[in-house]
Design a protein around this ligand. Structure first.
Ligand SMILES: NC(=O)c1ccc[n+]([C@@H]2O[C@H](COP(=O)([O-])OP(=O)(O)OC[C@H]3O[C@@H](n4cnc5c(N)ncnc54)[C@H](OP(=O)(O)O)[C@@H]3O)[C@@H](O)[C@H]2O)c1
Length: 283
């Protein structure tokens, strides 16, 4: 049996989290623009995630223009000691479903301050640059994060949607604890990045881990393997990510308690070498 290596990963070498995380993008309203239509349900989802053992939650200032962070704070404060809430800045929101990179250093600083207020924290454990803004020198954006870190407002720095070249450039200036890039069973264009992160003990936070639900839906390419395991296709897709590398932290998003339970339970799924080989071949 090819059991995945570890159930936890230490972000920045010190903050141990369960590797099956939760993405809080969907704790927002239509177009990810405002508060969720059903606030109590969103609060219930966040609490259920933590009750089920999730200790890594990903959010952003831009998710619902702050609503996702507000829901998390209302649901989870006082925060459990082992919970890591990772947030991001660097995308502004001119309207529903619209995202525009904005990496001016003063804007990143303002957004960090707003996230601290909304989350009710003195320090953000993991603060990610949501996008490198091509209109602003990258060194200025990394420098803004470094300043926030030096001042104790953020603990670790992460980057999102970056290439290996961009990551290497950043690492000349800052210590990067995590990379958050798109990665799932059928979209492997970040394979090289996963390997790079593993080599350097950097967390690889996989977004769209079930391809916006496609890998869990009817007709999923993993239906047969799911049947062999008595699991759901979504669980197989998530289990494959955990087997792929010990630095991968999938952050499936859901607004359904049933799906949330299913996703967390995927951590216990053990894939055989044969199943792994067949899943690897789907890439
Ligand atoms: N860094 C970035 O630029 C970036 C970009 C996008 C996303 N993200 C992060 O990645 C997280 C995940 O992304 P995502 O939510 O867009 O994609 P995802 O996790 O791949 O897919 C979520 C979709 O799958 C469905 N789903 C979830 N679990 C399921 C299950 N067990 N069975 C069937 N369907 C299921 C959800 O619907 P239900 O609500 O019905 O369960 C939802 O429609 C976000 O929350 C966010 O934190 C980051």
């Amino acid at each position: 049996m090819a059991q995945h290596d570890r159930t936890t990963f230490s972000v920045g070498g010190e903050l141990a989290v369960h590797r099956m995380g939760f993405g809080a993008l969907r704790l927002t309203g239509p177009g990810y623009w405002g508060p969720p239509d059903d606030r109590e349900k969103a609060i219930g989802i966040a609490r259920l995630a933590v009750d089920l053992g999730v200790s890594f939650i990903d959010t952003a200032d831009s998710y619902g223009l702050g609503s996702s962070e507000e829901v998390l704070a209302e649901a989870l404060r006082p925060y459990p000691g082992d919970l890591l809430i990772a947030t991001k800045a660097g995308q502004c929101r001119p309207g529903p479903d619209r995202w525009v990179p904005l990496g001016r250093p003063e804007y990143l600083r303002q957004q960090a301050e707003l996230s601290l207020r909304r989350l009710g924290l003195d320090r953000i454990d993991l603060f990610q640059l949501h996008r490198i803004d091509p209109k602003v020198p990258a060194a200025e954006q990394f420098g803004a994060l470094k300043e926030l870190q030096d001042e104790g407002k953020i603990r670790h720095i992460g980057l999102s949607k970056v290439t290996v070249e961009e990551l290497e450039e950043a690492r000349e200036q800052i210590t990067v604890a995590s990379v958050q890039n798109l990665y799932n069973l059928t979209d492997r264009h970040n394979d090289e990045m996963v390997d790079y992160c593993e080599k350097h003990s950097i967390a690889f936070i996989a977004w769209l881990p079930i391809a916006r639900g496609e890998l869990a839906a009817e007709g999923s390419p993993v239906t047969a393997i799911a049947a062999e395991l008595g699991a759901t296709p979504g669980q197989v897709a998530l289990a494959w990510l955990l087997h792929r590398s010990p630095v991968v932290i999938p952050i499936p998003g859901t607004s359904s308690p049933t799906h949330l339970k299913e996703n967390v339970a995927a951590s216990d799924l053990v894939l055989s070498d044969d199943q792994l080989a067949r899943l690897d071949a789907l890439g």
